[in-house]
Design a protein around this ligand. Sequence first.
Ligand code: ADP
Length: 360
Amino acid sequence: GVSRRGIRGNFVPPIKSNGGNAGNMTSRIGGTSGDGLDDSTRRCLELLCGPEGELPERLRNLEPRLIEHVSNEIMDQDPNVRWDDIAGLDHAKKCVTEMVIWPLLRPDIFKGCRSPGRGLLLFGPPGTGKTMIGKAIAGEAKATFFYISASSLTSKWIGEGEKLVRALFGVASCRQPAVIFVDEIDSLLSQRKSEGEHDSSRRLKTQFFIEMEGFGSGNEQILLIGATNRPQELDDAARRRLAKRLYIPLPSFEARAWIIHNLLEKDGLFKLSKEEIDTICKWTEGYSGSDMKNLVKDASMGPLREALKQGIEITKLEKEDMRPVTLQDFKHALQEVRPSVSLNELVTYEDWNKQFGSLA
Ligand code: ADP
């Protein structure tokens, strides 16, 4: 629910700041006075501060359309991923539980010496569950989840990225506990400078750091998670702010077995023996979690294709007409779905982990 309701009474709605001039008309969200807010913006504000709540200080100077964008597109009320959905990664799960979930649940205990870092970096090859972990953290900590891809800030929101970042942290501050997940954070905080770095991207980076400095005073229950598959691009300022850095590696043999089993079982397609699963896991050394998912998807098409080949029409096809997924289907799928991560890349991650990762 809404974590912080304002004191009943008048509030100052943000109005569209033409030329940076924020208005301070006095009105209530629920009122019909001409405050220039359309219905959808009003709904967002109600969600954030309650029907008659006071608009928090932080949101007053922000443009309603940005608050609205954050509430509708970036904020995810129900990310719906549990720890149990994530295969393997026991080390990461354990670290994250202590480092971030407990502090989000019990800020009263985790202060002083125990005060946690506000920034967590998840790095490793693409498709290994970094986003899933972010969502699961939010779920376990009963926190609001915010997802943004840093590259969209630099591409889609040209010239407006800073404002959107302010809106993002502003809304998160009103929805604590909150988890802000920044995907591809390297594109925001990379160390490439001079020619490549435009003024606007430098300003964006600065704004980001300013917001992170503001964690603490009244924002104890916000966690920033950055995810990247190019950790080596982060400079030392970025590394300092993301004090905990967890390597999220490719799934182990057991984790791959678990993914196959879990996905097929869900659809009632599981009929493989232990030996057959082991064989598939041997064949899929080097596959990421998302490669495994694609493999299972492709394999599960086998029974369907075969049934159709026997002349059954797709419109008349019954579930019973299809056999379970077999080892042969996987053998076939392996030719279609190749691993997406190269050995060289893995070496880079492991080196970076040794140098900068949180190994404990
Ligand atoms: P990343 O953020 O690391 O690029 P995601 O978390 O978005 O990867 O994972 C992409 C998809 O791959 C997930 O939706 C899931 O289906 C599958 N996947 C990846 N890693 C795992 C894992 N450890 N356990 C279960 N599924 C996984």
